[in-house]
Ligand binder design. Structure first.
Ligand SMILES: O=P(O)(O)O[C@H]1O[C@H](CO)[C@@H](O)[C@H]1O
Ligand SMILES: O=c1cc[nH]c(=O)[nH]1
Length: 247
């Protein structure tokens, strides 16, 4: 089957995929695969396939925002991908999760618009428990200087605020750890289509509007956290694949 938006063929796709927003991050992840092959680079969607620790994986960028990312997730699942792990960045709500920390998202509050067009309001955007456990286990094996925390995240469409305020205060008060822009789409599309998904995020600053002036995602602490989450996601994907092989 040909997937016309990603411009890939299902025959080339393994059942495990690492996904991320930035095509350049996809390339950085793909450099860890050996051998590796670039299948396509169409719009924001850059697709590689290769081998990590004896396991065949795809690495695909999905761009910024849920509508475009949902197109990517749908086509990957139609192509036969059954396990998706997002390796992203996020803004933190928690003082003890500064830039350089890692967040494993167990579920996402659906504050974006895309999933409202797919499922009713009460439908949860929830990670797969096996994927979350594999990420948490891999995180314990990959050393680093930042904190690692499992918990809920919130998914917005807006990155910069307009004249309305985003409900940062409410979600922070409710114990949400961090904000980003694609996990709701990932978890809802995966649930609807029978795939399993999870996500790990590197904190690149504080999301609250009063701290936004200090936003700088290009520090050494963030780069180290991104490098660490890439290792964690690759290890998690490989251990899930090896466990699946024994089932
Ligand atoms: O680092 P990525 O994976 O792109 O994720 C986060 O970064 C982008 C915003 O800067 C959004 O895509 C958000 O979800
Ligand atoms: O969506 C995002 C991603 C990274 N950092 C943020 O503050 N927001």
């Amino acid at each position: 089957m040909y997937l016309p938006i990603l411009q890939i063929h299902s025959e080339d796709m393994p059942p495990y995929a690492i996904v991320c927003g930035d095509p350049r991050r996809a390339e950085a992840i793909a450099r860890k695969l050996e051998p590796v092959r670039e299948l396509s680079f169409a719009r924001e969607y850059r697709t590689f396939v290769g081998t990590y620790d004896g396991v065949q994986l795809a690495v695909v960028s999905h761009g910024v925002g849920s509508p475009g990312a949902a197109v990517c997730f749908e086509e990957l699942i139609r192509a036969g991908v059954k396990t998706l792990i997002r390796v992203g960045t996020c803004g933190s709500y928690q003082a003890d999760l500064p830039a350089g920390s890692l967040v494993i998202s167990t579920a996402a509050a659906r504050e974006e618009g895309l999933t409202k067009q797919l499922v009713p309001q009460g439908f949860p955007a929830v990670a797969d428990a096996e994927v979350v456990a594999a990420l948490a286990e891999a995180a314990r094996e990959v050393p680093g200087d930042g904190a690692v925390r499992k918990g809920m995240t919130v998914c917005y469409d807006a990155f910069f605020t307009g004249v309305l305020e985003l409900p940062h205060k409410t979600y922070k008060q409710a114990g949400i750890l961090a904000v980003e822009m694609e996990i709701a789409a990932l978890y809802v599309v995966s649930s609807l289509r029978g795939a399993r998904a999870g996500a790990i995020l590197a904190v690149d600053g504080f999301a609250d509007s009063d701290l936004a002036a200090e936003y700088d995602p290009h520090t050494d602490a963030v780069s180290r956290a991104v490098e660490r989450e890439i290792e964690i996601a690759l290890k998690a994907a490989s251990s899930l694949a090896k466990r699946d092989a024994l089932k």
